[in-house]
Ligand binder design. Structure first.
Ligand code: CU
Length: 160
């Protein structure tokens, strides 16, 4: 294979890579098969940042009654450019945020994402999200299955 063919193959690959990335959009999330048998997501809420450039934060309560263990690997927040799962750990006397490892859910598990602990950081939140409204939060599992809930949007100073 000559180098020109290689170069164009690389270009095609990177174009596909970009397209795949861009396609990770709200439509695709909405079209994904909905629901994990036995999974309940309650009390989903998003707290807007006090300063628009800062991340918002999303919390929810999970309970799982399904037979097949599931692994929560990522969360998508509609209206945020990206989202990541974090945990808070104690380091000396201070709390520190660290990336959260995928969360295993066995039958009977209940896991809260809540202030001071596990949480989802929502980066670059759209100004269209406003307190009193709702936004879709999609939990993405290692199997590729997803489940979406409507989260209440709260103002920065509201109860978390
Ligand atoms: Cu965080």
């Amino acid at each position: 294979m000559n180098s020109r063919i290689l170069a164009s193959a690389a270009l095609v690959l990177s174009t596909f890579g970009l397209a795949a990335c861009n396609n990770q959009s709200a439509e695709e999330v909405a079209e994904a098969p909905e629901g994990i048998t036995g999974l309940t997501i309650e009390n989903a809420r998003m707290i807007l940042p006090a300063v628009p450039a800062n991340p918002g934060v999303v919390y929810f309560d999970l309970s799982y009654a399904g037979e097949t263990p599931q692994t929560l690997s990522a969360v998508d927040v509609a209206g945020a450019e990206s989202a990541m799962m974090h945990d808070n750990i104690k380091e000396g006397d201070a709390m520190k945020m660290v990336p959260l490892e995928p969360v295993e859910l066995a039958k009977g598990a209940s896991v809260s994402f809540a202030a001071g602990g596990k949480h989802v950081m929502a980066m670059n939140v759209s100004p269209e999200l406003s307190a009193g409204g709702k936004t879709e939060v999609t939990l993405i599992f290692a199997t590729g299955d997803k489940q979406t809930v409507n989260a209440d949007i709260r103002a920065p100073g509201d109860a978390r």
